[in-house]
Design a protein. Structure first.
Lengths: 363, 363, 363, 363
């Protein structure tokens, strides 16, 4: 099946090319009676939008318009169509290199798959497409918050610098991250990360990092074994975010180096209910949520657009050439990837809660 | 949607509990005219089955029977139903602990989700379910090999010991791994890994590791952006394998610590075609295969069943108790997980090739 | 997507050829905690099985075996796998005509689609496949009856003879139909219908008819506009039953000859709730159930297997030949089609109730 | 799953309310390299749009805008987003009756399902939603015509007056229908139908009819047994069109009154290929196309909006009241339903051809 729809009961379809007329999405399966405003959506979009000291210079207000599915401020249970016009489009830097495949980008693979490609700004493969995901995720978050579930993310690592959140509550992590230019809740680490980013920019290069997203207070029982496990759906959602090369749940790869006695989380009684003393599982056992916070990590590769010369192929002439990628790019995409990964996690959790019968058709 | 079906055009539905009458699967969407024999399926099942020096002592011949979809040795294009009877079932060790949730297992979460659970041998959450996946994957491999695509896996790491495959061809890796008791192609590392496993067993404990699977010679153009990316489907497939806590494509988490100039694979002309000089991308760019080998890694947690005493809860009495898990278990599941991860990867690749129109409805 | 799975949340996958080893199904998404016994399933299967004065002479006990998903008499929420062995298989009459395409059958089209076919007894296209549907439908009925919804069907018309149910309650219709050899609740009409069937058999010919199924006491609010309407799903389900050539909801084609003032059902207050005075809509408005009984009719074509000589083609010699179809056939399939159409309707209603959040994950 | 997406490989998601800001659709899975222009889409939309002697007086230019997925006049293989602004919106006549459920409409059922409804012009349940289907269907037709498959429809019956197409070729039927105000290719019948419509309008009433759609020159082999039959998908698609109460394939309900010897289409050799002498099957056997033209009929109920007083309920006061429905309505929706049913049939055929591997990913 074509890949532009996500989810089963809460379903999102996105569309749009980076330098086309607009990007947008259709959210189907939103419960009726939910208060939805363009402002609430906009708040999330503003977290993702370009600009700032360390990001791309493309100027997009990313103003969302709701075209359907909301009547008198409430969702109707019918599809919510949202649209963001592309305003600050400058395709010239791309025109010069339209016969060259940019290394690390999807230029070659789109061409191999479709036999044609929109070379303007990466077309459909541009990070700009994620604006539509964030808009959809904003609705998911509105629903989740009605049920006491919160989603928050931050930059766990950038340019090889990891941060510590030891002793911080969910709220502290999230608040500090939002106050940081690069969404890192640990001030000391943040300073070092910024240095890495600026250094890379100076060198015409880029760095990557790790985004971590926490689901606070999820109900136990989410996820559909044996293929449709909650962690499998999270992995699907997060690996599908541009630039992600790895996904971990809980202890992740570290778990593979632990012993069973060390990794198994003891089961205990907490506040009169069954719970877990530690959380190496990241809130998921056997593919089903266990009621503890869900922890997801995503490895983000360094931005492929760099101004250093690189080797590539001119496919019309079928010769190897050197390429220098211009355009307006982020030397590190991690901070802006945070709300995108959050959005994808939100979509998964809402969908799983609906599947489990925890969200009614009208609120 | 319930989670027991995998895939879109090549679709597999598995069923069965560990100590029920049987486990099995239905493969829908298999092209017609494919030569399928029980022997070919059995060969793959034998790679997963229990027994051997370092594995569970459950004695299952795991003999597969094909009940439909094959006529005169060839697939009909109709569903292929396969069944494996459960023979060596001993539920007594489980009866004693049926009111206790085993740490690291899905006992608690199945109960939280379904309000009922089959406590015999882990029920549906048992690793035994993966026999059905391997049977389905065997058919996928038969199809792939008709199109020159091979899938091979091995133990990349066990108990913290990593192996090296530098300089080995795909065929060497696979051959050596199959000759090794623990599916490790590097003899020196294999020796150390075995020690780690035996040590853990002596301690009543367990170890984990990393499975790596390589897709050799995949066509470019597989994968459906933007949500249905090839790597997203691989992550979904592999994260859904029991005990997996992390998935990487290509350089994976290492990519997050590289610079763009280091990570981007130069695009070159190889044998008159466009290719890549290195393979940090793991064969996938923008969610679409680029024609290089596809590299997937899975972090396998240590087997949760250990004989060391652990803390847990008796849910009928709602008190904390100590549990000692008996039964027949593998101190390290990594070697037996290799054919399972291979099977899941095979399902994804066949499905993606069908979606791309590369496999006809009859062969 | 391949076509052997039905439903979204309550999902059924069937498999098996008429003269293969067995037929069966896997039911995924069944709520946990439902009492399921082989006897309850068998009761429905016995209503479909061959035998009797007016039906095929194939002797099949159609004994169902449950292989998974049920533990201590209750569903686990995991897949319920059911199997019916094929016993009384006689493929000889088919061997003689295996190079000829039987008119009115799927012989030619399976060959055109798959390039290969199982010519024994119609293979996958045989009516025998519907046994698996009935087994799955039996579970759906068990769930529905827990929520006060009943499904009943009967032969509305056979060989051009229509019956009347004026003044009969749902229970009367169903009881009388079950007592009749041909599932017709109107004794006088039943007598005439039988004559038509016997007459056709004497002539080496066959007749068709109309099956009507009633859903008693459905909740309002089922169905997903705009494509996934309840009537659209019913049409999909029922048109997919072998031999069905038309589907009607409520007044059906008669509605197309009515005026609006005549067809619109007046909305009234009944027992303090909003209801409808008449039921031309057949319980569905705008694709959503309105709380009145749902009425579905299916046009069943005359059995294509007739012993009269017919013109066809020998595809190996590519010449026109005459064919006389032997084997054991029903001169009229309508009575045995009743439980099949009921089963399909049951699957749709359960699925729609789950989608609407009216059936919990565990009962 | 929510119901606003149609299709599997060629997938259409529609959105929009009648008196909201716009209606639109997203077409995913369109092959790359197809020439698509707004003009080609507009041509189909103009066939559906209101106006004319016998239709609603709402004035909508129904001007389509393509927002994505097309670059330099060719499809990219990415989602094609299309939008039609709502211009001539007048919600006043609906405001007066917003607490009354209009008989024959979805007012009550949307309220029962969603607990909220957009009462302006029928909201999402309005026929206006079908504009988006027609836009999507227009792309499907462009693809089909590349493969020699044509889709044409006409009014087979209106107000009880049936027309004859005996002796007319597909092209004649289609051409004559398009020249007729009510899409009836038989001039004599058309005159009588018009009288019926005008008579009904004079009486403040409405009439229904039957739409017939023909697929010319389809390949054999389309459709996925056993649930995903081609006729089942057609029934799903067509029953989901507003106001449809019945669907027939080929001889339809007439088949239920025929004998087998009469209904079975003789198999013959035509032009050196296997074909059928007659077409009672309507081009489909065993759920798979047989290469003959596919014939689908839809029973359209009389327009529910009539100006005659009707009985209904005021749901806020919970009392029975009389309602007189104003607004701008068609006394007979059949002529405008023709392009809508054609669109739905086109979507099914394209999807089935893709599933059968007959349409490449790039043209």
């Amino acid at each position: 099946m074509p890949g532009n729809t996500f989810g089963h009961i809460f379903r999102v379809t996105t569309w749009g090319e980076s330098h086309g007329r607009a990007v947008g999405c259709v959210v189907d399966g939103c419960p009726a009676g939910l208060e939805i405003s363009e402002n609430a959506i906009q708040k999330e979009l503003d977290r993702r939008k370009p600009g700032g000291r360390l990001a791309s210079k493309r100027k997009e207000s990313d103003r969302v318009e709701i075209l359907s599915g909301v009547f008198n401020g409430k969702s109707l249970g019918t599809p919510v169509s949202m649209l963001i016009w592309n305003r600050d489009v400058d395709s010239r830097p791309y025109e010069e290199i339209k016969d060259l495949f940019r290394p690390g980008h999807a230029d070659f693979t789109y061409w191999a798959k479709f036999g044609i490609r929109d070379w303007r700004g990466g077309g459909r493969a541009s990070g700009r497409e994620t604006a539509a995901r964030v808009a959809a995720g904003a609705i998911a978050k509105l629903i989740l918050s009605r049920f006491g579930v919160e989603i928050g993310g931050f930059a766990r690592e950038i340019g090889g610098i990891a941060c510590s959140t030891d002793g911080m509550s969910f709220e502290e992590i999230v608040d500090r991250a939002e106050k940081s230019d690069i969404r890192c809740p640990d001030e000391e680490a943040a300073r070092l990360m910024e240095e890495k980013i600026l250094e890379a920019r100076r060198d015409g290069d880029s760095v990557g990092g790790v985004v971590e997203v926490i689901v606070k207070n999820p109900p136990a029982g989410l996820g559909e074994p044996v293929f449709g496990k909650l962690d499998a759906h999270l992995a699907f959602a997060v690996m599908g975010v541009p630039a992600v090369k790895g996904v971990e749940i809980g202890a992740g790869f570290k778990a593979s180096r632990m012993r069973g006695s060390e990794h198994n989380d003891p089961i205990v009684i907490k506040n009169g209910r069954i719970g877990f003393e530690s959380n190496n599982a990241g809130g998921i056992l056997g593919g089903i949520s266990n009621g503890e916070n869900i922890i997801v990590k995503a490895a983000i590769k360094p931005t492929p657009s760099i101004s250093k010369p690189q080797r590539t192929v001119n496919y019309r002439k079928m010769v190897e050439e050197e390429i220098i990628v211009k355009g307006r790019h982020d030397p590190c995409i991690v901070p802006r990837a945070v709300p995108v990964v959050e959005a994808m996690v939100s979509l998964v959790i809402v969908d799983a809660m609906m599947m489990q019968g925890l969200i009614p058709r009208f609120l």
